[in-house]
Structures are given as C-alpha cells and as structure tokens.
Design a protein around this ligand. Structure first.
Ligand SMILES: C[S@@+](CC[C@H](N)C(=O)[O-])C[C@H]1O[C@@H](n2cnc3c(N)ncnc32)[C@H](O)[C@@H]1O
Ligand SMILES: [Zn+2]
Length: 386
C-alpha cells in the first residue's frame, strides 16, 4: 500500500485520499473517477431532498465504496444522516475508506468487506438509502437490493454499461436486463427505461414497486433515483407501466404499448413498414417534477463544484417531467427529408404555433420531445424550408 503516491482530492466539503494511478481503471488499487463528481453532487442533492421528505434521520448504505467518497460525503454533507455503512469487497479500498473517515473526523460510519449481495441480504430493512455504484452493470445486485429495501426507501442506481442498454450490443442487454434494446436516436432514453423496467420487475418479486424521482444519462453512465414502495396490489397496478417502444426505421414514427404480454402492432400506421420493438421497459414517469424542483432548491444550500452543470441538467429534467416518451432528433428527421436543418429555435416556435408541445431534452441538444407525430413534424419542417 505504501508503494503508491497518495492523491488528495476535494469534492463538496469533503477531503479524500487514495493511491494515485495513471488512468481511471478498475485495475487501480482503489477506484476513483473524477468524471463522476456530477453524479456524486446530484446524489447529495437527491438524498438531502429525500431526507427532508422523511422528516427523520436516515441510514445510508454505500454498497460499492471504493475510496469511500460517497459514504463519507453523504455523512459529511447531508443533514439528518444517522448511520452510514460503506461496503467494498476490496481490503485496500476498506483501508482508504477508514482513512478518509478519519481525515474528515466523522463518527457513526462503518466499513465492511463483503460481497455486495451478501451484505444486502445480511442487512435487510436497515437502510433508508441504498447506493449501488458498481463497475458496469448493477443487474446482479438488484435482486438483493429488492430483498433488502424497506418501504419508502431510496434506491440510487448507476449503470456504466451504456453500450448494452443503448443497444450497440444487443445480446448483453438481453442477458443482463432481459430486455431487447434498439439503437435509435433516442436510445439513451430507451436505456434508462430498460434499466427502470428491470428494477421494477426485479422488485416486484418482493411485493415492492417503484417511483422514479429523477434520472439522467450523462457521458458514459446512467443514473436513477428510485423510491421503493410496498404492497402486492399496488405492485400489480404499477407493473402496467411495463411495455414496449415500437420504432419505424423507414419513416421515424414511434409508438408505445403498455403491458408485458399484450399484443403489439407489427406494421407502421404511417408508412406500412415493419415496426421494430424495444422492451420490456418502463413507460411510467422517469422524472418527478416536485422532487427535481426541490433538488434545484438544494443547490442554494450545498457547496458543489459542478453547480452550473447540475443546474443545467436539473432544469432540463424538470421540463422533461411533463414531456412525452421518446424524442425526435432534428438532424435525423431533416436527413430523411433531404433538407438542411433549420435553426432549432425556429423549429420549436413553429411546432408550438401548431398547438403541440416542444420540449428540449438533456439526452441530445438536437432533440425535441413533442406530441406532434412524424407526419406533422415533416410538414412543419418542409414549410419552414419552403
Ligand atoms: C465503481 S467502483 C465504486 C466507486 C465509488 N462508489 C465512487 O463513487 O468513487 C466499484 C467498487 O466495487 C468494488 N466491488 C467490485 N465487486 C464487488 C462486489 N461483488 N461486492 C462489493 N464490492 C465490489 C470494487 O472493489 C470497487 O471499489
Ligand atoms: Zn413508418
């Protein structure tokens, strides 16, 4: 452990040290990724909002601790936190987690060395917040999270296997999430919905259902904040949000159909080509307006280095909370019409003038979430270009 130079970083109000390594890699003796600071800052905001909603002290589990940065920051920077457990399978990680707890003079924070699933099984019902931030897919750990999670708790889930969730590689997505992806221009939203759908189906085994409070796809990862609720009847009701997105490659029409095993239309109602289906996935809300408004308000009370980026993302997600499922990419639509793309603001104005909603999305700067269908969008674009 002494052979490495020690790196010192500061995020929020917290100091963290770990062995320096030339690149961000799972081969590092202790994993630390500076590009995840936004993810951690948003977690501080989301967990603080959740704590205030509970109106009591909350216990937190940082299931994949690494340097311990999440658990240590949560205890140090969030009001109303009781016990924090930091777990990691690596002994070296445990060493630095303890070191960082001391460095920040914290109490009521414990370090464990277990396999993540075993740890959750041992600690059933003990946590108000479970943070799942593994290498790659969270899929193997969600069953134990479903078993462990208590009523009205918060599940924070990161996935970095975006190539599977977005459909670059289809088979890994089917294997890990039991869902067929499709690589469309809105595949990052589909990916978040596949992940949320998989969480919902996994938790349903334990009579638990989900309410997604906030979600985002940023750089190479996706992150979801999910409130876990309990009750078999409501779980049955909630599973009606599982369904499919069907896409027409020919004309860019897309439609949704709810139900795990309900019949799905095979033919595009606009052009008559065969539709391609993605799913099962979550067609319920993936942004919660009230929760995101409170996260935005929290940015006033927290010291976070990524404030500007966080606010931009949160304001976009806030608008998306009231937007339709999927979005159109302006360049893709214009390419299919063989026209050059008009100014984005003009397109938004014209769509709204026709009485449709037109909302920007954090997934893509050229994306438009709208209730106008592809025929209506084509007409508007052709008229602008006349
Ligand atoms: C992506 S890193 C965690 C990063 C950390 N949460 C952060 O924000 O910097 C994943 C961690 O999971 C640990 N790990 C890998 N497999 C595990 C398992 N089965 N159970 C518990 N920890 C595991 C690794 O040692 C590594 O420290
Ligand atoms: Zn079509």
């Amino acid at each position: 452990m002494d052979d490495y130079k020690i790196k010192h970083v500061e995020e929020g109000l917290t100091k963290i040290e770990f062995p320096e390594y030339e690149k961000v890699s799972s081969d590092a003796p202790v994993f630390y990724n500076p590009h995840m600071e936004l993810n951690r800052d948003l977690s501080i905001l989301a967990i603080q909002v959740f704590q205030e909603e509970q109106e009591r002290e909350i216990n937190i589990c940082d299931l994949f601790g690494g340097s311990g940065i999440r658990g240590v920051r949560y205890k140090n920077e969030i009001e109303g936190v009781g016990n924090v457990c930091i777990n990691d399978i690596s002994e070296t990680a445990n060493y630095y987690e303890r070191h960082n707890i001391e460095l920040n003079n914290l109490e009521d924070i414990e370090v464990y060395q277990h396999d993540a699933s075993m740890f959750l099984r041992m600690k059933r019902g003990e946590f108000d917040v479970i943070d799942i931030d593994p290498f790659g897919t969270p899929s193997p750990f969600l069953d134990s999270a479903g078993y462990c999670a208590r009523r009205n708790s918060l599940l924070c889930v990161t996935a970095t296997d975006t190539s599977a969730l977005c459909g670059t590689y289809k088979e890994p997505c089917i294997r890990k999430y039991n869902s067929k992806p499709y690589k469309s221009e809105y595949c990052h939203e589909t990916g978040i919905r596949i992940l949320a759908g998989f969480v919902a189906l996994t938790l349903s085994k334990y009579g638990k259902f989900i309410e997604v409070k906030m979600s985002h796809s940023t750089e190479h990862y996706m992150r979801l904040y999910i409130e876990v609720k309990k009750g078999p009847k409501k779980t049955d009701e909630s599973l009606k949000n599982i369904g499919y997105i069907s896409h027409c490659k020919n004309c860019l029409h897309r439609q949704t159909s709810k139900g795990l095993a309900s019949p799905i239309e095979e033919i595009c109602p606009v052009c008559g080509e065969k539709l391609i289906h993605a799913g099962p996935l979550w067609l319920g809300n993936i942004q919660n307006k009230e929760f995101i408004e409170k996260m935005i308000e929290q940015t006033e009370h927290k010291k976070i280095n990524t404030k500007k980026q966080a606010l931009k993302l949160l304001n976009s997600c806030l608008l998306e909370a009231e937007a339709p499922v999927t979005f159109f990419d302006v360049h893709t639509v214009c390419k299919s019409l063989k026209i050059s793309a008009p100014k984005l603001d003009l397109i938004f104005d014209e769509i709204k003038k026709e009485g449709f909603v037109a909302i920007k999305t954090h997934y893509n700067p050229l994306g438009i979430k709208t209730d106008a269908n592809i025929d209506e969008i084509n007409k508007i674009l052709l008229r602008i270009c006349e």
